[in-house]
Write a protein that binds this ligand. Structure first.
Ligand SMILES: [Zn+2]
Length: 184
């Protein structure tokens, strides 16, 4: 699926389909849109890449996570810290490819879901379906919706409703929570 088709699927029912996915009750058309969205990211994989699926949970002890992750990734993924704006090399990443969770390699975004938000954090207008779970936090007094990797529980960022059409979503992601795999 190319970017234009992705946008069309999202505009034409992909969003409803995602609601249906969350509630477990979808029409045949919803299910077709879900399937298209779920398979979309596979077009962005480097040849031969073997990546895990959301259905394979990864649970490690605190010490194991510390060994596995660079300190700045550990602080964000496991302690919900936020990296300083403008510090991630991924802000300028424009190649085709897939963004995977730095903690567990689960594919979470494709390059065509990315947009330049001007915030200093890598930003996306949608995600690969079914890869994040949401949690409200009140860290800044008003509620923000925080999202975590469904496979390893790692903290990635917050989602806001001031993103571009057709989703109007802005998934504001810490760069240190991601790893980019260029397609070629
Ligand atoms: Zn993960």
């Amino acid at each position: 699926m190319d970017r234009r088709t992705l946008l069309k699927v999202l505009a034409a029912g992909g969003l409803a389909a995602r609601g249906a996915l969350a509630s477990g009750a979808g029409s045949a058309k919803d299910m077709k849109d879900i399937k298209a969205l779920q398979d979309h990211w596979k077009d962005f994989l480097p040849a031969g890449a073997q990546l895990p699926s959301p259905g394979e949970p990864l649970q490690l002890s605190k010490d194991e996570w510390k060994k596995r992750l660079p300190p700045e990734s550990y602080r964000v993924l496991r302690e919900e810290a936020t990296e300083r704006a403008g510090t991630s090399p991924l802000n300028d990443e424009k190649r085709a490819g897939v963004f995977v969770c730095r903690g567990c390699d689960l594919p979470v975004f494709t390059s065509d879901m990315k947009f330049d938000s001007g915030t200093g954090w890598p930003s996306f207008f949608t995600t690969i379906p079914g890869v994040f779970e949401m949690k409200k936090d009140y860290f800044l007094i008003y509620p923000r919706t925080e999202y975590h990797c469904i496979r390893c529980g790692g903290h990635h960022g917050h989602v806001f409703d001031d993103g571009p059409a057709p989703t109007n979503q802005r998934w504001c992601n810490n760069g240190v929570s991601l790893k980019f795999l260029p397609k070629a």
